[in-house]
Write a protein that binds this ligand. Structure first.
Ligand SMILES: *Cc1c(COP(=O)(O)O)cnc(C)c1O
Length: 459
């Protein structure tokens, strides 16, 4: 399987190169040259365990990794999950809740980043060389990335967070990782300052090359690929439980990475009747699917912070399919967006962008109300991100097609929102254990040159 750029200006490359490249040199995102049709495999796949299924799905895309090696990579990646099914589904009211939070940091990003960490280490070992990951985080992604690469040979990770501005729990999830290859930097500034330092450092191409800098951002193809697996796995469980012939998925969305994985699974032949896209007040994607207009607005902070995103980094991959894989058309649209802050696509006969998608938003009040209601009615506590997805899913229930709601984080990660919703905190032993954990973190001024100097001294 070869990979191309959405912007059409790159010679096709192999899977391992796609993983190491991240963003294409023409500024586009990488996609497989064609999606395999797996319709005739679904019956056999429905009998597999999570890791067996992950192997069958991923091997179709990672054709330059020998089967035995890939199997080992997948087994290692999901051995860190505390549930035997890795990503189990549970019955809650009318919905199946797909729990994606049984990994080391209790959020769905572990599903992709545990795999990506092992994949990086594997590729570096075979090819030689080192990777120094630099990232900026306001919370969730940083800790999942750190846990994905901790202790791995040939990899260092440097994660900047704004000092005193991430939740104490999320900060501890990062700074309690004491492996020698993990460096936490508390920057005396805001999250935007951290991002600016990162952009400036990556923009210094000689520096970036000399020090083998890389990132783990959500456009990496391996992350999307790892996420397609649970769509298959969860659909099989629900189809056998209910006897239905199709399912719907509800996905709380920020960067469009998670829901894109569901879209690709559907395109490959999984019987998905609807993808319900749920956003919080930061609703650029909801507005797009309902009006055809993708227009930037100012991001506002909410109680589902991992969805506080206005420009969705994976959206371009969907748009590429939407314009019939016409790279020139895609480039025009992306240029419109860059120049005018808005791009437009035509609506279809039914007055929406795409009949496969239904989109809605849940604000803070509906999120809190949903958490409270599910606790009272079903004794199940949703995290604020999951609650946005459940709230929106309630508007799009279907009598024939059962709905699977993706639960993207454990509620214990978001103490204040949960207390606001149900009047008490929820606990998880992994997080409780952090209270007395030893931590390591360096405080650093908001200064690119100092950060670069720190990198050089610690690489
Ligand atoms: C990252 C994240 C999301 C959003 O996922 P995208 O792939 O960015 O759409 C939702 N919930 C949680 C808990 C997350 O960490």
């Amino acid at each position: 399987m070869k990979y191309i750029s959405t912007r059409g200006q790159m010679e096709p490359i192999e899977f391992q190169d796609a993983v190491m490249t991240g963003l294409a040199p023409d500024g586009g995102l990488l996609l497989p040259q064609e999606l395999p049709d797996v319709g005739n495999k679904l019956e056999a796949w429905s009998k597999l365990s999570y890791t067996e299924l992950a192997f069958e799905v991923i091997r179709l895309f990672a054709t330059d990794i020998p089967d035995a090696d890939l199997k080992q990579l997948i087994d290692d990646s999901y051995a860190t999950f505390e549930h035997p099914e890795v990503c189990p589904s549970v019955d809650v009211g009318d919905f199946q809740i797909l729990e994606l939070f049984h990994g080391p940091t209790l959020a769905f990003k572990d599903v992709a980043l545990q795999f990506l960490g092992n994949l990086f280490a594997y590729i570096l070992e075979k090819r030689g060389g080192k990777l120094n990951i630099l990232g900026a985080t306001s919370g969730d992604t940083g800790s999942a990335a750190i846990h994905g690469v901790r202790g791995k040979p040939n990899i260092n990770i440097f994660i900047m967070h704004p000092e005193g501005r991430t939740s104490p729990l999320q900060e501890k999830q990062m700074t309690s990782v004491l492996d020698a290859n993990v460096f936490n930097l508390a920057v005396d500034g805001s999250f935007d300052d951290c991002q600016n330092i990162m952009k400036t450092t990556f923009g210094d191409v000689p520096f970036k090359t000399e020090h083998s800098l890389g990132s783990v951002n959500s456009v990496n193809w391996a992350r999307v690929l790892a996420q397609t697996v649970y769509y298959f796995y969860a659909a099989f469980r629900t189809l056998e439980k209910t006897g239905a012939s199709t399912v719907q998925f509800s996905v709380p969305t920020g960067n469009f990475g998670d829901i894109l994985a569901g879209y690709l699974a559907q395109q490959m032949g999984l019987p998905v009747s609807k993808l319900i896209l749920a956003t919080n007040e930061n609703d650029i994607l909801t507005r797009f699917f309902n009006t055809g207009e993708y227009s930037k607005a100012q991001a506002v902070p909410t109680i589902s912070p991992s969805m506080d995103i206005q420009v969705a980094s994976n959206f371009e991959r969907y748009l590429y399919f939407k314009v019939g894989k016409d790279a020139a058309k895609l480039v025009d649209l992306m240029n419109d967006f860059k120049d005018k802050g808005v791009l437009k696509v035509a609506l279809n006969e039914t007055g929406v962008v795409d009949d496969l998608f239904a989109a809605g938003r849940g604000d803070t009040a509906s999120t809190l109300e949903t958490i409270k209601r599910y606790k009272e009615q079903y004794g199940y506590v949703l995290d604020p991100h999951t609650a946005v997805g459940v709230y929106v899913a309630e508007k799009f229930r279907s009598p024939e097609s059962p709905t699977i709601c993706l639960a993207t984080a454990h509620p214990a990660k978001f103490t204040q929102a949960i207390i606001d919703a149900i009047g008490e905190a929820v606990h998880h032993p992994t997080l409780d254990a952090l209270e007395h954990a030893e931590t390591r973190c360096e405080t650093i001024a908001n200064d690119v040159d100092l950060v670069k100097q720190y990198l050089v001294e610690h690489i």
